[in-house]
Design a binder for this molecule. Structure first.
Ligand code: AMP
Ligand code: MG
Length: 346
């Protein structure tokens, strides 16, 4: 199959909408990461998403809508807490888990009785959904196990020859996936951290829970409330270790570890910041941007993990990024990339 890469405009959106209606897949921009979309009400189209990504069948997809009026037919109920969250944070980087209606195929919900719904703020994403006239089921547009794509070229790297069309709307503003919030019970539970933080939810509802597996790995016998928790996403090919502690201690520790690896003939990358980058003696130093600009850190994260693969490094050491707002989302992705290997030093 030939893959077309087209800049977003009226014509390319119309073509994308036609492909979606015909049961084909389209790569498209959202404010979080690029999505791989199909008609959410067409089970056969949805199956193609799992094939193109190599995604495990038991990992459900998020269904995207262009306005709240499109939601009632897709769900059995919208609890009061969910309504408040919608008013506060939509359109935006938040997915709400709600009880699903029968029209949502099991392929979308991976057999669960619930469905994840999101109203993106990205105008191109909403234009595509509106023009298609159907809700669009879309996971991130990467091959399973690869970092999520934050540019159209990342989508092309992973999906060339597998899908007919990628819409290029430029780099994603947020850069990490949406917050996933289970809104089916009395107290909402954050299943995946993202741009909407626990503090923001608490301010609206007065309470929130964060699932324990957001920052710690699942152990044998644990049940994943969100199937995506089970998978080691976002993993670069090289072994990755996070080093946490005071900034001076981290620089010394990472430099010592880099030295050891280099003695053994290995090529090493360090993930650092503008401020700390010059202090390292590694083969490659990748900067997440200024430590004071947490939005930029989130935007650069996946591009940098992709670069680690392209540079064919053997080992990666990363500073830790506990920034105030989107820091939990950044660390959740970094911890997964590192398989939860963290060295603490003072
Ligand atoms: P992706 O679209 O690739 O970012 O993945 C979607 C994420 O949302 C995965 O981690 C899923 O496990 C989660 N998700 C989607 N639908 C549900 C649902 N009904 N219940 C719990 N988690 C869900
Ligand atoms: Mg994904």
């Amino acid at each position: 199959m030939k893959t077309q890469l087209l800049k977003v405009n009226e014509d390319s959106i119309a073509l994308g909408a036609k492909l979606i209606r015909e049961g084909e897949l389209v790569g498209f921009p959202t404010e979080t990461v690029y999505g791989l979309g199909a008609n959410a009400l067409d089970a056969e189209a949805v199956v193609k998403i799992f094939e193109a990504k190599g995604r495990p069948q038991d990992n459900p997809l998020i269904t995207h809508v262009s306005c709240v009026e499109e939601i009632p037919p897709l769900v059995r109920a919208i609890p009061a807490a969910a309504k408040k969250l919608m008013e506060a944070f939509w359109p935006g980087p938040m997915t709400l888990i709600l009880p699903k209606a029968d029209c949502i195929p099991n392929a979308v919900s991976a057999g669960l009785d619930t469905v994840g719904i999101r109203l993106p703020s990205n105008a191109d994403a909403r234009a595509l959904i509106r023009a298609a006239g159907r809700p669009i089921a879309a996971p991130s547009a990467n091959r399973s196990g690869r970092p999520s794509p934050t540019t159209a070229l990342h989508v092309l790297e992973d999906m060339d020859g597998r899908i007919p069309l990628i819409l290029d709307g430029g780099a994603c503003q947020v850069g990490v996936e949406s917050s996933v919030i289970d809104a089916t019970g009395d107290v909402p539970v954050i299943l995946r951290p993202g741009g909407i933080t626990p503090e923001m939810v608490e301010r609206v509802l007065g309470h929130v829970r964060v699932d324990e597996h957001v920052m710690s790995p699942l152990r044998e016998g644990d049940v994943a409330r969100s199937p995506g928790m089970k998978y080691k996403h976002y993993a670069p090919k090289a072994d990755m270790v996070i080093v946490d502690g005071s900034s001076d201690a981290v620089v010394s520790k990472i430099n010592a570890l880099v030295h050891q690896k280099q003695e053994n003939g290995q090529k090493v990358a360090v993930i650092a910041t503008e401020e700390s980058g010059p202090s390292y003696h590694a083969d490659v130093i990748l900067s997440m941007g200024s430590r004071s600009n947490e939005d930029a850190i989130a935007q650069h994260l996946y591009k940098i993990l992709r670069e680690c693969d392209e540079l064919h490094v053997d080992a990666i050491y990363s500073e830790s990024f506990q920034t105030p707002r989107i820091g939990q989302a950044i660390m959740n992705r970094l911890l997964k990339a590192a398989g939860h290997t963290v060295i603490h030093c003072d």
